[in-house]
Design a protein around this ligand. Structure first.
Ligand code: ACO
Length: 436
């Protein structure tokens, strides 16, 4: 059934003064109904006002579903727990882009295509030399992914489905290469080329941590953990960076430039930067004895301190990704010999205390994915500046799937919100000699 099916019985009525309008109501396959306001301005001469888009469905999508109250996350209908347990990241990429899990032949073909697009144009390495050594790797990612738009001219006709697909494969394939280059550049080590006989995650770890002077073998437990972290971050419906990619793409902009716009948005501390903040907070707490003091501060309305890695705009229950992240965290710490890391002890005790505290229970504040991801990535030897880069790498497939869905939607239009104007009304220009 088309999500937009509605009958007159399914309509909402809006009354302003003595006028009233019937507004169509659409039902999705699951989730809240939506009131259709697309003709609202034409019919009423009024705009709707929704800063932060907290009540606005910006598109009709079939990719990802979140039930924040129940703590459910589905990619194309499949629960995140099942994909993380039984699937792998490239299969998840296929699922997000094509809508179905691949058959064995489709999977092999997709892996071949991604693997054979992992190298970046050799001139990219010279492009990197233009960045200061101490540049934040996210700044390097915004610049270098944007620069891809100047390198691959044969995949930028977004009206051609084949070119759209090649651009999509290129971005999934090249993002780990660029992310590893951003890391290597920041520490002054030579870039490591991708290696085609490794899987996606192991290849990425090798590009980050191998040096030409020594043999490198990716640790299977860490490669599996990396792959799972990528799955958990692959998509999250219409979040800020995804909406940015859709909005940038709605003008018909170059696909690589659209993804660079998404990376720019993700960089902000309210979005992709929270795992770094959670790790810093755990280090600041330092010992389980100090937890009550920090819980007290988090509850104090006069104190701006918040428990980082707690709470979520959409999840008002345990973030399903946080549970998987917690398990992955234990596996990584055991493998790397950090299982007695005091930060893990602080994290677990903090979680235990907060989940029993009335303040957190009543406000439905549960650990989110960032609560455990910082400790995990630190144990895997990633510096904190790389955390958001890893997020961007994984989210690229979500951005691409959403961008493709938008371009392929026949009802797609350029995104153009309106405003509630509260500035000066019309007035006449004052010559400078008469200004006070
Ligand atoms: N610690 C203490 N109190 C909190 C916290 C927290 N982490 N989060 C929310 N609250 C309180 C607020 O003070 C507010 O209290 P009030 O009703 O008395 O004013 C109430 O809970 C609601 O909070 P809002 O900020 O209005 O909720 P919103 O949905 O806008 O915010 C957010 C969600 C930004 C994630 C918030 O919970 C937060 O700041 N958390 C810490 C940062 C964090 O972990 N961000 C990662 C998000 S996940 C991601 O981006 C991948």
């Amino acid at each position: 059934m088309d999500a937009k099916t509605h009958s007159p019985a399914n309509s909402a009525q809006l009354k302003v003064g003595d006028k009233s309008w019937n507004l169509p109501v659409h039902h999705g396959t699951i989730g809240p109904d939506v009131v259709d306001l697309s003709k609202f301005y034409g019919d009423t001469g009024m705009f709707t006002y929704d800063p932060g888009f907290t009540s606005t469905a910006s598109c009709d999508s079939k990719i990802t579903y979140i039930d924040g109250d129940e703590g459910i996350l589905l990619y194309r209908g499949f629960p995140i727990e099942q994909l993380a347990e039984h699937g792998d990241f490239l299969e998840t990429c296929y699922l997000l882009i094509y809508g179905e899990l691949p058959t064995a032949a489709q999977r092999a073909d997709f892996m071949h295509r991604v693997t054979h697009h992992t190298m970046v144009h050799e001139q990219m390495s010279r492009f990197f030399q233009g960045f200061r050594r101490d540049a934040h790797p996210m700044a390097v990612m915004v610049g270098s992914v944007g620069a891809l738009s100047a390198f691959y001219h044969d995949s930028i006709d977004i009206a051609d489905p084949q070119q759209r697909l090649i651009a999509s494969i290129r971005m999934i394939a090249k993002m780990p290469t660029l992310a590893a280059m951003a890391y290597k550049y920041s520490i002054g080590q030579p870039f490591v080329y991708p290696k085609n006989d490794l899987d996606y995650a192991a290849n990425f770890l090798r590009m980050c941590f191998a040096v030409p002077t020594e043999d490198y073998k990716a640790n299977a437990v860490l490669a599996r953990a990396m792959d799972r972290i990528f799955i958990l971050h692959a998509d999250h419906e219409q979040n800020a960076s995804t909406s940015t990619v859709r909005l940038a793409g709605s003008s018909g902009a170059n696909p690589f430039a659209c993804i660079a716009a998404g990376i720019a948005c993700l960089w902000g501390p309210a979005h992709g930067g929270a795992n770094e903040a959670a790790l810093k907070m755990l280090a600041e707490i330092g010992h389980v004895d100090r937890i009550p003091e920090f819980i007290r501060r988090a509850k104090d309305p006069k104190d701006s301190f918040r428990l980082m890695g707690f709470g979520h705009r959409v999840y008002k229950n345990y973030d399903p990704r946080a549970k998987i992240m917690q398990k992955t965290c234990h596996e990584v710490l055991a493998e790397t010999g950090h299982k007695d890391d005091p930060l893990l002890g602080v994290a677990m005790e903090l979680e235990r205390i907060a989940l029993q505290d009335d303040y957190f229970v009543e406000k439905k504040l549960y650990p989110n994915i960032d609560f455990y991801s910082g400790i995990t990535l630190k144990a895997m030897s990633f510096p904190t500046t790389m955390f958001t880069v890893l997020f961007a790498l994984a989210r690229t497939v979500g951005w691409i799937a959403q961008w493709k869905e938008m371009i392929e939607d026949p009802s797609q239009k350029i995104g153009r919100p309106r405003q509630l104007y509260s500035g000066a009304t019309k007035r006449d220009y004052v010559p400078i000699s008469r200004r006070k």
